[in-house]
Each structure stands twice: as C-alpha cells, then as structure tokens.
Design a protein around this ligand. Sequence first.
Ligand SMILES: Cc1cc2nc3c(=O)[nH]c(=O)nc-3n(C[C@H](O)[C@H](O)[C@H](O)COP(=O)(O)OP(=O)(O)OC[C@H]3O[C@@H](n4cnc5c(N)ncnc54)[C@H](O)[C@@H]3O)c2cc1C
Length: 308
Amino acid sequence: MLVPGSEFEEPGEELQLGMDSMALYPAFVDELREASGAAIDFAMVGTLEIGGDEADLDRLRQRADKQRAFGVPSTVLSAGELGARFAGFSQALGGAIFYPEEGQVDPRTVTAALRQAFRALPVTLLENQAITAVRIAGDGVEAVCANGDRIAAWRAILAAGAWATQIELPFSLPRAYPIKGHLLGYRGPAPGSLPHVLRYHETYIVQRQSGYTIAGTSVEDVGFDRGIDAGTVADIEGRAHGLVGGLLPATSTDQWVGFRPAAESPLPLVGRHEDSPLYLAYGHFRNGILWAPLTAERLAGALTSANS
Ligand SMILES: Cc1cc2nc3c(=O)[nH]c(=O)nc-3n(C[C@H](O)[C@H](O)[C@H](O)COP(=O)(O)OP(=O)(O)OC[C@H]3O[C@@H](n4cnc5c(N)ncnc54)[C@H](O)[C@@H]3O)c2cc1C
C-alpha cells in the first residue's frame, strides 16, 4: 500500500516524508519501467479508510481535517456513498474517508525491474551474499562477506532492514529490530473487482492489477520468527471475510510473513553517517515501500555531493 494519509495518526514529519515520496512515485515508476522494460504493478487507486459507525467516522473525519491543513486531500463519504463505490461489503458501515492520491504497488515487480535495470549499467549484483562486517579502510570502506570475500568500496550504504545492526559496524548506530506481520493472498477475485485500497482498523485489503488480493495483517514483536501461525491466519481471514465477504473466498490461497524493519529512532535513518564513508538507509518500519523513491533521491543527492 502507498497510503500516507491513512497511515499516520498525527500530522508530522513521517506524514510529510510519506507525502513527498508519494509525489515522486509516478515518475519513479515511469523511469524504472523505461530503464528496465519490465512491467510494474502500480496504480493510484485511492484509499477508503472506513469508519464502522458514526462515532468511528467522526474520529477519522477529525484526523482528515487536520491532515487536509497539512496538504493531504481527502473527502468524507457517507454510508450510502461508500456503498455506491463498492458493493461487496458484508457488514453495515458508517462511511469512509477517501484519500484519492494514494495507491498500491507490488514491491516484487519493483525489485524485479530494478534487477533488470541494473543489467544495463556497469553494476555487479551479488545476490544471496551476506555481509558480516563493514569496516573503514583508508578513505573508503571494506565489506566482509560471510564466505570470507572482501569488497573494497568508495562508499557503502547500510540497507539491511531489520538486520542492519546485526552487521559488525565501525560505529554504534540505533538498533534495528523486526516487527513481524502476517499477510494473506487470495487468487480468484476478478481484476478491478476492488476499486480502492480498503483500511478498516487493523485490517486492510489491497488488490493487484491481476485481481490477486492481499489481506493484512498482524503486528508482532517476536524477533525473527518466520513461523506462520494458524490462529493468526484464521483471525485475518475472519476479519477480511467479515469486511468484504462478497469479494473474497472464506480461506486464503497463500500465507506469508515479513519483518517490518523498526529502529530505535523516531524517523528512518537516511543519509551519510557523520562525515564517514558509510551511508544509512534503514528503520523504514511500516512504510519502506512508500518511502523508497524519497530514500533513493536523498541518498543519491548525498552521494553526489560527497563526490563533487
Ligand atoms: C506485513 C507487512 C506489511 C507491510 N506493508 C507495507 C505497505 O503496505 N507499504 C509500505 O510502504 N511498507 C510496508 N511494509 C514495510 C516494508 O516492507 C519495509 O519498510 C521495507 O521492506 C523496508 O525495506 P528495506 O529494504 O529497508 O528492508 P528489507 O525489505 O527488509 O530488505 C533488507 C534486505 O537486506 C538483506 N540483508 C539482511 N542482512 C543482510 C546482510 N548481513 N548482508 C546482506 N544483505 C542482508 C535482506 O535479505 C533483505 O533483502 C510492510 C511490511 C510487512 C512485514
């Protein structure tokens, strides 16, 4: 999901980063499509943040009012207007806030396109190669690989998500850690059968352009546990089906988990670390897909200015 308006409770720097990155998304995707020739599943479909009843909708309306003053466009939809936008709800709802300038991107298609685009550049891509340490070496850095290889570089970017500070580093940095989340995928819905991203309390539903539909999620502080919990799956299935039973079959086709990369820092860590050759790009927590274009732009700017 690319959902700055419906993601951040209070207007502030995180929301601003989200809005700035969202604004970069269409051009980022165009550039990547052109450079790679690959298809990227990206659509600015807007988000419906649903209020269960009048009081719930009122809470969301107050938040949207504050956000509007911050430049986040939204409109309030009554229960009838919500039903007119999507007829597949399986329960009575109070209405929704519609955020038109939000959307969805399939990050797997972005990663595949990036890999493809690198092929046309003088870039060596080492995949499945764990780095165990990064050390300062002269004016540059040396990365030590798990297989013992050493890579000398002018600069290094630490972008290892929740694992970032498990790497032996030359500096003490804010600790990175994982917050696990389950996601479910449903094959079956027709393409375009869900016109917007849906958010309802802790449940969200997002549809890829193929019709493949994803429901989330859980928020679990349990370390790097990759286990798929049947109870959590059943809970998300129940919430998703309770919301859009007209769209989804009762049980999911696929289940997986991911680790949101949290860090002991109020904001993601992006940019040069002091005046060292080490650059940071971690701590993106729940919004690293949204914040990707802005992160890339900031790092490119920092690296370019270091080079001039
Ligand atoms: C359930 C769930 C739902 C989410 N939904 C959204 C959403 O809707 N919108 C959104 O914007 N964000 C969402 N996120 C968050 C988003 O996925 C992350 O913020 C984003 O993936 C962070 O990107 P990253 O590249 O920093 O870290 P990661 O995607 O975790 O990538 C880190 C990479 O570093 C590699 N690595 C780790 N250790 C080493 C090492 N020692 N050497 C070399 N490589 C290493 C890993 O293998 C991995 O490939 C969600 C996350 C979860 C778990």
